[in-house]
Structures are given as C-alpha cells and as structure tokens.
Design a protein around this ligand. Structure first.
Ligand SMILES: [Fe+2]
Ligand SMILES: [Fe+2]
Length: 278
C-alpha cells in the first residue's frame, strides 16, 4: 500500500521577480493548508543562466517551466548551488538540451555527485569558490557562501546588475500559496522561517554571535534588493531586513526541534485510520 498523506500539489508559474530574473517555482503540500516552495531561477541576460535544476519529483514540469522562459540552445551557464538532490533533478537533461552551457560548480560537488549519478562532463564545467565570479556577458555574477546551508558545497549567487540574489537553502519558509513574502502572515514568517533555518543548519547552536554576525553582515552587504531561495518566498524590503535580523539571532540559540514520532502517528492515522499507529 502506498502512503500518500498529501493532496495534489497546486500549480505555480514562472514569475519575473527582478529585471531579467525569473523564479521557477513548484509547491509541495506540507500540511495544514501550507506549502513548501521548491524553487530555482533563470537569469535571462545576454548569456542566460539556469540557477539550479529543481527536484527529481518535478523533473518534467521543471523542464517545461524553465524552457518556457529561455530557449535551451540559448542557455550559456548552469549554476549549481550544491549537489543536493532537490537542486540537481534535471541537471543531466539541461546539460543535454543546452549544448552551449558551461556548468558552474566546484570540486567537492563533483566528487559527491560521482557517488550517485553518471559522470559529469569535466570539459563543460568551471569550478568557482565563494568570493569568485563569472562573466555572463552583460553582468558579472558573484558567488558567496550562504548564511544557512545543508550541504558543504553550497554557494549563493548575486547579480549586481539586477540586484537579485539566490540564497539557496537559507530563508526557507512554508507559505499558504504566495511566493511574495510581503503577502505572507507576519506570524508565519516569524515562526516558520527560524524553525526551517534551524532544521537546515542545526549547527547554529554552536556559533559565536559576533563571528557569525560578521558573515551575515557580509552577505547582507552585497545590497541585494530581491532575494530568492529554493524553499521560501521572495524577500524584499522590510521582509528581507527582518530575515537577516532573524539569522543573527540564530547564533548560539537553541536548536528548534523538528517533528518526531507524534507527527508520523498523526499522518498514519490520517491516511490509514485509527488503530494503525502503534
Ligand atoms: Fe540543500
Ligand atoms: Fe534545497
């Protein structure tokens, strides 16, 4: 028997979030009327850039959405933020359908992916570390280490031309449906975002607030006006300022517990009826 605790996911269309910058969204039901965003991005400048390639569960739909905003043969860069499965879902399809594209990644991502996927084409990639950049024709995109991450290879991306930033797995937050943080209940942002930041990076409990604060300052100091992430709403203005402030408060704070057996029992009862859960 297949356990399917969630109803079908709602559709979400590509959305222009900053000049030349498209969010490629998917939404996954996450209980109690809330949805988990699973986003990636396309920068449609002189040399178009695909920023992450979605989750395997959304592969076909991701390809439809991404290639509705950019022609595959025009894509010149594939920026892989890190090697987690939910960011590499359509990676091989994109490499095949975008023969002009160079993959921007790093040594450790390639090493880790070699254990689970076919060999990546070394001759089509460039390895760039945090602090490095690459020239996409009409803009120089800058790599940085995100303030919250669940994989050691993670690199964010900042576009000084549009003011848009891809901050990867930082700033995750469930949503009732909107992907604009200004349309989300303030209470949801104040509670859910810290909980998911803590779930993604539980090592925050051992951080020195001053040292970590300097890293957060450096990321905020890029001056992004639009911040998109893989699992949260798009942040701008006050919601963005608040999100950076919440990050600083994580340093040295207790880990926020994630759901345990109690939730599993509830899910089993919801799907299979009373008397199933032990
Ligand atoms: Fe991740
Ligand atoms: Fe992710």
């Amino acid at each position: 028997m297949t356990v399917t605790p969630h109803p079908a996911a709602p559709a979400a269309s590509p959305e222009l979030i900053a000049p030349d910058t498209w969010l490629i969204p998917h939404l996954v039901p996450a209980g109690e009327g809330l949805l988990l965003p699973v986003n990636s991005m396309v920068i449609r400048g002189r040399e178009p850039v695909i920023v992450d390639t979605g989750a395997p569960a959304h592969r076909a739909s991701w390809l439809d959405k991404a290639f509705s905003v950019v022609e595959p043969e025009d894509v010149r860069w594939i920026f892989l933020s890190h090697d987690d499965g939910d960011h590499t879902g359509a990676l091989f399809d994109v490499l095949e359908r975008c023969p002009q594209a160079t993959l921007v990644t790093n040594w450790f991502s390639v090493e880790r992916l070699a254990l689970e996927k076919p060999a990546l084409p070394l001759h089509r990639m460039r390895w760039i570390e945090p602090g490095g950049s690459f020239d996409a024709g009409d803009r120089v995109l800058q790599l940085f280490r995100p303030p919250v991450f669940d994989g050691p290879t993670s690199r964010g991306l900042f576009d000084p031309k549009s003011g848009a930033m891809w901050i990867v797995d930082s700033f995750a937050c469930l949503t009732p449906g909107s992907l604009d943080a200004r349309e989300l209940p303030a209470e949801l942002l104040a509670n859910c975002m810290p909980a998911l930041n803590s779930a993604v990076s539980p090592w925050h409990a051992w951080l020195d607030p001053q040292v970590y604060g300097r890293h957060v300052d450096a990321v905020e100091g890029y001056g992004a006006r639009t911040v998109a992430s893989a699992h949260g709403p798009v942040l701008r203005g006050e919601t963005l300022d608040d999100a950076f402030d919440r990050l600083r408060q994580m340093a040295g704070a207790s880990i926020i517990p994630t759901p345990g057996q109690g939730l599993l029992d509830q899910m089993l009862v919801a799907v299979m009826g009373e008397g199933v859960a032990a």
